[in-house]
Ligand binder design. Structure first.
Ligand SMILES: O=C(O)C1=C[C@@H](OP(=O)(O)O)[C@@H](O)[C@H](O)C1
Ligand SMILES: C=C(OP(=O)(O)O)C(=O)O
Length: 442
């Protein structure tokens, strides 16, 4: 695909009410579980971003019928747990780590073989973290050096149920094992010392799987009974809190702004960014709090605020793991120092997000120190970023890097150019029109 450069300039106040697209994590899971239920599920509010469409294409290739109607509602007829078919071609995962790791779990306990391929960013990301537990369940793998894509998974049916303690706080690894366990005989257990997003657990239960969560010695013990029969569901996907963070931080930073983002999912395992921003002094209010499709949801109102630097407690990191790039932008304009630690996972996302954010912020005149597992940022106390006549940031196929520096451009003394905004289509395809509708200059 050709690259899409864009320049972002200092904006007048941002104002308006918007809705961001559906939650990416929930969208992936709703397609996967619907494809494993017997009968037709209905999904409203699905994120129609490239990552989720990669999941849809893969589930189709393995036998599910997936259609979108004229009203934007998705209808999925599943094949039943155990019923996935051998895909005829390699499964193209594009840029999506979630699609890859969760689908590797599904394939691992079916008697099929699947090849996974992806773009240059995804092909650098570590898959050993799922290969390891799924091998214990009996699947075999041939992967590229370093446990990377392209790779082939040979599933085993019946698979061996395991008890697995997560060595890294990863919802993708947890979900891969639980999804493999869905078609293994007996009980598969995952021990999670640090809680990560719990959409898989909630949705597996919603589809009728027998799944329990206990607390044992401060860890979460999740048990799923396999060879489950899933019942089709009607799913409403809430707005993505990770996407909402971009316009919300923009409103906090641009003087005079007052923005409402409606219908934002606020599952406590996802909402860490909003807690941290509030602790920094952000004027954020939750309006119209309610429950949608089993997830807490609110309209978030954000008004321009004077932010103060903070020490971000490392244990909150899993609940805002994708929001650090935009938090770093907010911290860079705050008053005083912000210290973050425990973020080594950011180095294996779509890019090395610690390195790219440190480098880019330095180009914007920010004093920033990169440590092994975090950034230390000296805030500019509200003074606009200074770019010496403008600068260009390379997004390196990372949507969140592109959007974070786009927002920085709105509070910069000279324009910030992003070399390629096209990766934004993976998670937030309406980013540009929504930011324009609020008054952003790009
Ligand atoms: O399970 C999920 O839907 C996700 C889990 C997180 O990844 P890790 O499990 O690798 O932390 C997150 O970064 C990703 O955007 C989505
Ligand atoms: C890390 C992300 O996604 P994934 O792992 O699915 O590529 C993200 O969306 O920031």
């Amino acid at each position: 695909m050709s690259s899409q450069p864009a320049r972002f300039k200092a904006a007048g106040p941002l104002r308006g009410r918007i809705r961001v697209p559906g939650d990416k994590s929930i969208s992936h899971r709703s397609l996967m579980l619907s494809a494993l239920a017997i009968g037709e599920s209905r999904i409203e509010g699905l994120l129609e971003g490239e990552d989720v469409l990669a999941t849809a294409a893969a589930m189709r290739a393995m036998g599910a019928t997936i259609e979108r109607d004229a009203d934007g509602v998705w209808h999925v007829s599943g094949v039943g747990v155990g019923g996935l078919l051998q895909p005829g071609n390699a499964l193209d995962m594009g840029n999506s780590g979630t699609s890859t790791r969760l689908l590797m779990g599904l394939v691992a306990s079916h008697a099929i073989t699947a090849t996974f391929v992806g773009d240059a960013s995804l092909s650098k990301r570590p898959m050993g973290r799922v290969i390891e537990p799924l091998s214990r369940m009996g699947a075999t793998f041939s992967a590229s050096p370093g446990g990377r894509l392209p790779l082939m998974v040979h599933g085993l049916c019946p698979a061996v149920p395991i008890e697995y303690r997560l060595p890294v706080a990863s919802a993708q690894v947890k979900s891969a094992v639980l999804l493999a366990g869905l078609n293994a005989p007996g009980i598969t257990r995952v021990i999670e010392p640090i809680a990560t997003r719990d959409h898989s657990e909630r949705m597996l239960r919603g589809f009728g799987a027998e799944l329990t969560v206990e607390e044992v010695d401060g860890a979460r013990l999740i048990s799923i009974r396999g060879e489950a029969e899933l019942r089709p569901q009607q799913i409403i996907v809430p707005g993505d809190p990770s996407s909402a963070a971009f316009p919300i931080v923009a409103a906090l930073l641009v003087p005079g702004s007052d923005v409402v983002v409606e219908n934002v999912g606020l599952n406590p395992t996802r909402a860490g960014i909003y807690e941290v921003l509030r602790a920094m002094g952000a004027d954020l209010t939750y309006e119209n709090e309610r429950t949608v499709g089993g997830e807490p949801v609110a309209d978030i109102r954000a008004r321009h605020s004077t932010l103060t630097g903070i020490e971000v407690p490392p244990d909150i990191a899993p609940s805002m793991i994708d929001e650090f790039p935009i938090l770093f932008v907010a911290a860079a304009l705050a008053e005083g120092r912000t210290v973050t630690r425990g973020l080594e996972e950011l180095r294996v996302k779509e890019s090395d997000r610690l390195a790219l954010m440190a480098r880019g912020l330095a180009r914007l005149g920010v004093e920033v120190q990169e440590t092994e597992d975090g950034l230390v940022i000296e805030g500019r106390g509200g003074a606009p970023f200074s770019t010496n006549g403008g600068t260009t940031i390379a997004a390196e196929l990372d949507h969140r890097i592109a959007m974070s520096f786009a927002i920085a451009g709105l509070v910069s003394s000279a324009p910030v150019e992003i070399d390629d905004m096209s990766p934004v289509a993976t998670s937030f395809p309406t980013f540009m029109p929504l930011m324009h509708s609020l008054g952003a200059d790009a």
